[in-house]
Write a protein that binds this ligand. Structure first.
Ligand SMILES: [Zn+2]
Length: 150
C-alpha cells in the first residue's frame, strides 16, 4: 500500500492507471500539484467554488437519472441525459471510493455546448479538487463546465 501523503507516488499511480485508458493525467506533463492549483485558479476566475460547482453537478445528475438515457429538460436552457455502463470504477486516491460507471451529459441549448462528467469526476472534484489532466478522456475543463451548466 502506497503512502497517502506522498503526492509523487499518487502522481505515478494516476499517470499509469489502467482503470481509465490513458490514465487520469492524460497527456498532461504537469505534476498533480500544478494541475490542481491551476484548475482551482481557473474555477476562481469563473467565480465559482468547488462546492457550488459540485452541488450543481449533483443536482443535474439526479435530474437526469429518471429519464433513463433520454434527454430531459433541466430548465429553459439546459438538457441532460445519463449513460450507464456495467461495472464499477474506483477512486485512485487511497480512500478507494467506488462509483458506478455513469456519465452525465449536459447541453446548454443557448450555446450548444455539451459537457460531460462521471460520478467519479464529481467525487474527484469534491474530495480531491482534481479535474483530471489535459488529454484525459474524462477531464472536466473548469471554465467550460461552468459556462455550460450555470
Ligand atoms: Zn477519492
Amino acid at each position: 500500500m502506497k503512502k497517502l501523503s506522498d503526492l509523487e507516488n499518487l502522481d505515478n499511480i494516476l499517470r499509469s492507471s489502467v482503470v481509465v485508458a490513458g490514465g487520469f493525467l492524460g497527456t498532461d506533463s504537469r505534476n498533480l500539484d500544478e494541475i490542481i492549483s491551476n484548475d482551482l485558479a481557473e474555477l476562481a476566475k469563473a467565480e465559482k467554488t468547488i462546492s457550488t460547482l459540485v452541488e450543481r453537478m449533483k443536482e443535474i445528475t439526479k435530474k437526469a437519472i429518471p429519464a433513463m438515457g433520454n434527454w430531459t429538460n433541466i430548465d429553459k436552457t439546459h438538457e441532460t441525459r445519463v449513460e450507464e455502463a456495467k461495472g464499477i470504477i474506483t477512486c485512485p486516491w487511497p480512500d478507494s471510493c467506488r462509483y458506478a460507471k455513469r456519465i452525465t451529459f449536459v447541453k446548454n441549448t443557448q450555446t450548444g455546448i455539451i459537457v460531460k462528467w462521471t460520478d467519479l469526476n464529481i467525487h474527484l472534484i469534491e474530495q480531491h479538487n482534481f479535474f483530471e489532466g489535459k488529454g484525459s478522456v474524462y477531464r472536466v475543463e473548469p471554465i467550460e463546465v461552468v459556462k455550460a451548466i450555470f
